[in-house]
Design a protein around this ligand. Structure first.
Ligand SMILES: [Zn+2]
Length: 761
């Protein structure tokens, strides 16, 4: 009994450490000498940059740029800025300003780039994590590197891009126009999609990852969190970091280091320095420093490869092997299984009836937990409909729900296995999970090669299976030890999927928990008090659910994201209130007492394609119209050329330029820079009238020029956007209450003016 408790405790401890040891502790870099990375100094940069919103065009954006330039100059570096217009595949157009500096190496070799972006996401994010944390990591890292005084062969380029949040505009400008692009051998990019948790290494490769990963392992970062499963998924998704632009446009490879936990802080007013986890910041440094030392001297000419590696991290470090081993390993596992099975049959150790009980137990557990995981979250959303106001789908108490589903799955599993358990059938019960894992690994080898390292726990399970056939009751501690690889490799993935992709896929947590349990049967199988354990786990899951319930409401710590927008339609001379909220609150409900049923035609791009949910008539306050000057309107050889200037009479953040006649333009320029109006993509299609979103920088007026066939009639609609709803004297919108924040990912707190330009026929 005592032994069994110890064994369970060891497994629990291993599970706990597999998650907790992924990133450094808070005081990882404590009291460093001047030549080491100082977390304190880095955090100071985060505080300086992250105390106010600094998206492109805002006042603090300029301040942030000056701060960074000053800091680089303090290091004795020659700082460059690159300013220019940039149009993205998303249709965003802005004048952006990249900041860079170059440190000469001893050889005339390829350069290593340390990159992050310094703009924050509009409209309310303070950008402390995304990506002041990245800027701070690079600034402090390069300071420590210079102080250390090591010589290095490769040039080091520090690049802080602008306009990443608009549509990677700064990176595009750099790749297209900067002469240094051709010198780049490798990029290390620091990013964030949340405010905590481990930072994941995502390799951005032009072809295979083998050389890059081998070099990464040689560089020997202290807390590597890198696995080829994430790599495979990342490759399949349409990803969008600055690094993607460098890969696509210039064939340049690199590593992204991005933390993704606490997603609720992302792009929100909650992205403040206080909410950035200190150990997460340390984790970024724990990548930068060894990789900077390694890659500043490595040969950056030969980093491409046609070969791919499977790789993963464990508490022992990084492990990797070639893709070519994937199928052979599964086949070896299968052959081993068959041999062990024949051995067991010959020695009359495997009873058919007990084996079928094992399959029954495993499949019923998988089905029940699958159903609970799948419908459970939908049910929770019914009980707490206000969770839907969090658009990305990870609630403030989301971690508790993950724990709830883990505990519930385990308790159900113990109850079911209690039914089939006898004191001698553990070996037969283990057979079903082994078969399922063999099938799973075979499927993985065909469709998701990066996850192939899941074969490692399978080999340990086969070893355990063999021991169990040899001895009725093998040493429990020996078996516990052999179960550890399964825990170390699989446990981090149990919470990871919903953290990465939202609680809607919490079913992955339930299923993976059961699959892991199967591999741990050599220990759990011998525990006689399964029912009591089931009770304890069920009780624990109830407690966790209650704690989640007690934390379900919006509070100042976990505020409700809400929205309100004012629209003045100059075409119809009507004004409206609009919101994206399904559940209104004290702050915005008064505006929708008499909500209209009609839908008006204004559309904005938003990350989750969110549509306005409510609309109501608003009083008109005559927001000043922009002055529209048509300076050129001539016809030469059947071609009509038009040039016009839009002079805003108020401070604008951006102007959406829409056209129902997108395809009639022979050419189209914004402020002298030609853009394409003919591309077809997710953002440009027949359903969307979008031409471009122009971000106003330095109050520069918007100048459009285009040519069309002389008989065509152009249609151009402008929607002018300012995010100053709350400071508009005439609208008098009160401040939000403490337990509310502006809803991110949608247009918000905005005063919009819609206007169709009249062209003479
Ligand atoms: Zn970012």
């Amino acid at each position: 009994m005592f032994k069994k408790i110890i064994a369970i405790l060891i497994l629990c401890l291993a599970a706990y450490t597999s998650i907790k040891t992924q990133l450094p502790l808070d005081n990882f870099i404590d009291n460093p000498t001047n030549k080491e990375f100082s977390n304190k100094k880095a955090f100071n940069h985060v505080q300086q940059l992250g105390h106010a919103a600094h998206s492109v065009g805002t006042d603090f954006h300029e301040t942030a740029a000056s701060y960074i330039i000053d800091e680089l100059e303090k290091l004795g570096l020659d700082v460059q800025t690159q300013e220019g217009n940039s149009f993205s595949d998303w249709g965003t157009f802005a004048k952006v300003k990249n900041i860079s500096a170059r440190i000469k190496g001893t050889d005339n070799s390829k350069a290593l780039v340390l990159m992050s972006h310094y703009d924050s996401a509009g409209h309310s994010s303070k950008g402390a994590s995304d990506a002041a944390s990245g800027v701070a990591t690079v600034l402090e890292g390069i300071r420590a590197f210079i102080a250390e005084g090591h010589s290095h062969k490769n040039d080091i380029i520090i690049l802080f891009t602008d306009g990443e949040e608009l549509g990677l505009n700064g990176a595009r400008l750099f790749v297209k126009e900067h002469p240094w692009t051709k010198d780049i051998g490798l990029i290390l990019n620091f990013e964030a999609r949340g405010s905590g948790g481990p930072s994941f290494t995502l390799v951005e490769t032009t072809d295979g990852n083998a050389v890059l990963m081998n070099e990464f392992i040689k560089a020997n970062p202290t807390f590597p969190v890198a696995n080829s499963l994430a790599y495979s998924i990342y490759k399949k998704l349409p990803n969008d970091t600055d690094l993607t632009v460098f890969r696509k446009e210039a064939n340049i490879q690199g590593f992204n280091f991005a933390f993704i936990d606490d997603h609720y802080d992302y792009h929100a007013a909650l992205d403040t320095p206080e909410r950035l986890d200190n150990n997460t910041l340390s984790h970024q440094a724990s990548y930068l420093m060894p990789l900077l030392a390694h890659f500043s001297n490595a040969n950056l000419n030969n980093l491409s490869s046609t070969k791919n590696n499977v790789y993963f991290n464990s508490p022992l470090g990084m492990h990797s092997y070639p893709f070519t081993w994937i199928l052979p390993l599964v086949i070896i596992a299968l052959v081993l299984f068959i041999l062990i099975f024949i051995y067991g049959k010959r020695h009359k150790k495997l009873k058919g009836k007990e084996i079928s009980k094992g399959f029954f137990a495993l499949f019923s557990t998988l089905i029940i937990n699958g159903v609970i995981g799948f419908f459970g979250w939908k049910l929770i959303l019914r009980i707490y409909p206000h969770y839907n106001e969090i658009l990305h789908g990870f609630t403030y108490n989301g971690h508790l729900y993950i724990l709830f589903f883990v505990l519930l799955s385990l308790s159900i599993t113990f109850y079911i296995y209690k039914k089939v358990y006898t004191s001698t059938n553990t070996k037969e019960l283990l057979l079903a999970p082994i078969v399922v894992w063999i099938v799973l690994n075979f499927v993985i080898s065909q469709v998701l090669e990066g996850a192939s390292f899941f074969v490692i726990p399978l080999f340990f399970a086969l070893g355990l299976f063999f021991f169990l056939l040899q001895k009725e009751k093998p040493n429990l501690f020996a078996m516990t030890l052999l179960c550890l690889p399964a825990i170390f490799i699989l446990v981090p993935f149990i919470p990871q999927f919903p953290i990465a992709l939202g609680l809607k896929i919490v079913v992955s947590t339930s299923i993976l928990t059961v699959l892991l349990f199967g591999l741990l049967l050599p220990v759990f199988g011998f525990i006689r008090r399964k029912k009591s354990l089931g009770h304890i786990l069920l009780f624990a899951s109830c407690i966790v659910f209650i704690i989640a319930h007690l934390n379900n409401e919006f509070t100042p710590e976990q505020p409700k994201p809400n929205s309100l927008v004012y629209l003045q339609d100059n075409d119809t001379e009507k004004s409206y209130w609009l919101t994206y909220d399904n559940i209104l609150d004290n702050w915005n409900e008064t505006y929708f007492k008499e909500a209209l049923s009609e839908n008006i035609c204004v559309k904005f791009g938003s990350k989750y394609n969110t549509k306005f949910s409510k609309i109501a008539i608003a009083e008109s306050i005559n927001i000043p119209k922009s002055i529209i000057n048509i300076s050129v309107d001539t016809v030469i050889n059947n071609e009509r050329k038009i040039r016009l200037c839009i002079l805003p009479e108020r401070k604008l953040n951006n102007i959406d330029i829409n056209s129902e006649t997108r395809k009639i333009f022979n050419d189209f320029s914004i402020n002298g820079t030609p853009i394409s109006t003919k591309i077809e993509s997710k953002f440009f299609n027949d359903k969307s009238p979008k031409l471009a979103t122009y971000y106003v920088v330095n109050k520069e007026p918007l100048e459009l020029s285009f040519s069309i066939h002389k008989d065509s009639i152009p249609h151009i609609e402008l929607i002018e956007v300012s995010h100053d709803l709350l400071s508009n004297k005439f609208l008098n919108v009160p401040k939000r209450e403490d337990n509310m924040i502006p809803k991110p990912f949608v247009i918000n707190d905005a005063v919009l003016v819609k206007n169709t330009i009249n062209f003479n026929e």
